[in-house]
Design a protein around this ligand. Structure first.
Ligand code: F6R
Length: 235
């Protein structure tokens, strides 16, 4: 079941998300699945400003670029440190290791982490093509952590963070749709006009691997926060 919360803008969205994180903590959630990108920035701002204490909690991130170390400002580890962890440390924060030598061992390692740390609340953004994590259209819905070849549209969307599009990594590690669906509760945020089509397809379209986020219709506890633009095509 997908519950939709409409907010005015991304700042209001971050405030709503903070309420949902607080409630989860009050309900005993101790493992938080986290995302990167521009969408959760206001959520992390709100978490940082809040009095929530994560020092006994665990975080597991959705994904990381292959080939970027945690010291690379474009890596997701760096992003998480800057936006959240240096202000609000967790007891343990896990991300896939972009520098791992053996990608199948890295996927196994991450799957074990996810098995040992069952996610209570998973935060997600959505790609313009309906991807969640880096699960691009066509991904097997049962997949666990895997190494993904990024699509041209995702590479192009990410290019804004790099000086040259050729520097944008072509592969990433990502939790699979199967891993994401394992979370007890999911909070997906979407802001801006560019997300409107994907949001519509996720909520009102058929469940299809062509729109990976549409599988969330099968999850028992999903909340979607949209601003006026991203929710603009919803009834
Ligand atoms: C990020 C992630 C991606 C993004 C999505 C939207 O960890 O897994 O699925 O959530 O690409 O990105 P933004 O928020 O930059 O529009």
């Amino acid at each position: 079941m997908i519950k939709v919360i409409k907010v005015k803008d991304q700042v209001e969205g971050g405030k709503k998300a903070l309420e949902i994180f607080s409630e989860a903590k009050n309900n005993g959630v101790r493992v938080f699945g986290l995302a990167t990108g521009s969408t959760p920035v206001t959520t992390y701002e709100q978490l940082v400003k809040s009095d929530l204490d994560f020092s006994n909690d665990i975080s597991v991130n959705l994904d990381e670029y292959v080939g970027l170390s945690k010291d690379n400002p474009q890596s997701y580890a760096y992003y998480m440190h800057e936006h959240l962890f240096k202000h609000k440390p967790f007891k343990h924060s896990y991300l896939p290791n972009g520098m791992a030598k053996d990608s199948s061992l890295e996927c196994q390692r991450y799957n074990q982490i996810l098995e040992d740390n069952h996610v209570g609340l998973q935060l997600l953004g959505i790609g313009r093509n309906g991807h969640i994590g880096f699960n691009e259209p066509g991904t097997d819905i049962n997949e666990k952590t895997h190494r993904v070849a990024l699509t041209p549209s995702t590479i192009e969307a990410n290019a804004r963070f790099f000086e040259d599009e050729n520097e944008v990594p072509k592969y990433a590690y990502s939790m699979g749709i199967g891993s994401i669906m394992n979370a007890d509760a999911i909070l997906l945020e979407a802001f801006g006009k560019k997300k409107a089509q994907a949001v519509k397809a996720m909520i009102d379209g058929e469940v299809t691997p062509d729109v990976p986020a549409s599988i969330l219709q099968k999850h028992p506890n999903v909340t979607v926060i949209v601003d006026e633009e991203a929710g603009g095509l919803l009834d």
